[in-house]
Design a protein around this ligand. Structure first.
Ligand SMILES: Cc1cc2nc3c(=O)[nH]c(=O)nc-3n(C[C@H](O)[C@H](O)[C@H](O)COP(=O)(O)OP(=O)(O)OC[C@H]3O[C@@H](n4cnc5c(N)ncnc54)[C@H](O)[C@@H]3O)c2cc1C
Length: 281
């Protein structure tokens, strides 16, 4: 398939990109790694009138500590996060990046593009929700910051307004006992279900747990019932399995040609057990 015709503009810096977005109007789209947008254009699921190429915005490629946290520029590739030496407690980001697509996709695709695309099973979306990340946007009315919990509105829909660009994502605090795991039908595919957990432990028990998942609703989301079931659980496979089973009982995941709701629910419990074992080890 070939895309419908479009104008191509190359921004030379962030101000220029914002200016072009304003001038070219709502039908123009920023192009980051192109790993979601270009396939969608080829299938004519997206027909932007113009593309604004962000490739020269080197100012948005960085990983920087901020206090206890970590700031990641929007144009940082998945591969850069995968291979970076990150500050203590952020290793889950590198480990999670390995699950994204194939090597060429990780080499071109960006964290900002992934968050803007907002796929429910995108690893960055699930981790942003898990770790209370803040998404920083620049647009015609200046800069604003949106907590990940309010950013993902539903199927490929986010809080970003027309004319706004994601400039960075901030992970505010380390999560030394965190893990992400998933199951995809073929290596490199988006996961059917993706789960991530961050545990706080004390004396062989889980004091508190944060749990997020993709593939169980229209956007990446926290799973409060699982978090409650895990609080106080022993750090054993059996206790994790019981908490996961109890916690997913009320979930109503979507059904599609790939999996029934029941299959996704069972898969979520299995992945939760595995993620807890990895995080609690
Ligand atoms: C075969 C295949 C397998 C894949 N598997 C996975 C996977 O397992 N997990 C996963 O998470 N992803 C997967 N992806 C998608 C990949 O991670 C993309 O890189 C990512 O979804 C989008 O990032 P991008 O930089 O390529 O953005 P683009 O494709 O360039 O853009 C995506 C969307 O975001 C907008 N956009 C881009 N940057 C910004 C910005 N800074 N501010 C505002 N809007 C912006 C664009 O206008 C567009 O609407 C896969 C892709 C393919 C082709």
């Amino acid at each position: 398939m070939k895309p419908a015709s479009y104008e191509y503009h190359r921004a030379h810096d962030l101000e220029h990109a914002l200016e072009l977005l304003g001038e070219l109007g709502e039908d123009a789209k920023p192009l980051a790694g192109g790993q979601s947008l270009v396939p969608m254009m080829n299938f004519r699921l997206a027909r932007p009138s113009a593309l604004i190429d962000l490739a020269r915005l080197d100012e948005l490629r960085y990983l920087r500590p901020v206090g206890d946290g970590l700031r990641i520029g929007a144009l940082t590739t998945h591969r850069t996060v995968e291979t970076a030496t990150l500050p203590g407690g952020f290793g889950v980001l590198s480990r999670a990046a390995r699950w994204i697509g194939h090597y060429p996709i990780r080499s071109r695709g960006t964290i900002g593009g992934s968050l803007a695309h907002g796929d429910a099973t995108a690893e960055w979306c699930v981790l942003a929700v898990l770790l209370d990340a803040r998404i920083v946007l620049r647009g015609p009315r200046g800069q604003r910051t949106v907590p990940a919990a309010e950013f993902f509105h539903g199927f490929l829909s986010t809080a970003a307004e027309p004319g706004e660009l994601i400039t960075e994502v901030v992970f505010p605090s380390p999560a030394p006992r965190a893990a992400l795991t998933e199951f995809a039908q073929r290596q490199g595919d988006f996961g059917l279900v993706v789960v991530a957990v961050a545990l706080e432990t004390e004396g062989g028990h889980c004091r508190a747990a944060r749990v997020a998942a993709g593939g169980v609703g229209s956007a990446a989301q926290r799973l409060p019932a699982v978090e409650q079931a895990l609080a106080g659980a022993e750090l054993t496979e059996r206790a994790f399995a019981e908490a996961a089973r109890a916690g997913v009982a009320e979930l109503e995941p979507p059904e599609d040609i790939h999996a029934s709701a029941g299959y996704r629910r069972t898969l979520t419990a299995t992945l939760l057990r595995r993620a807890c074992l990895e995080a609690g080890a």
